[in-house]
Design a protein around this ligand. Structure first.
Ligand code: CTP
Length: 131
């Protein structure tokens, strides 16, 4: 598969999608390129000590219905970003500022933007309310 169009890449679990996620994806979209999401698999979430309420396929289905999100692919390791950036011809890598500076080592390959996290909302909080 040849991918030539540039894109914006982002990563995460995106469990029980909430307005913090939506705002981040809108900021990604505002950069003007199609958005591709590396979505943490259920197995990778275990490594991250995260137990998502929704399975990978359900989280993926929701994300694929968001404007400008053109693909969702599995995030299975911490180290795959370099390959993904090249494979998907990423111009931007965007993350919430809870990840500030964590991916700076990739900056020769891609422009990195850390956007301010939306306060007072997270998937963990929603999962807690449910329990
Ligand atoms: N994010 C954000 N604002 C929030 C929550 C998340 O900007 N209030 C961003 C994160 O910084 C990340 C992306 O959304 O770039 C996916 O985050 P994820 O970890 O899936 O969301 P959280 O709600 O933080 O999940 P959890 O509580 O399980 O850690």
């Amino acid at each position: 598969m040849e991918i030539s169009t540039q894109c914006t890449l982002t990563y995460g679990t995106f469990d029980v999608l909430h307005y913090g996620h939506i705002r981040l994806l809108m900021k990604a979209s505002a950069l003007g390129l199609p958005v591709r999401i590396g979505l943490s698999t259920d197995e990778f979430n275990i490594l991250k000590n995260k137990k998502a309420m929704l399975k990978y396929e359900a989280r993926k289905e929701i994300l694929l219905n968001i404007k400008n999100v053109v693909s969702v692919f599995p995030e299975e390791t911490w180290d795959q970003k370099r390959n993904d950036i090249l494979k998907y011809n990423a111009k931007y890598l965007i993350m919430g500022d809870d990840w500030e500076s964590k991916f700076d080592h990739l900056s020769p390959l891609v422009e990195i933007r850390y956007f301010e996290r939306t306060p007072y909302i997270s998937s963990s909080e929603i999962r807690e309310i449910r329990n």
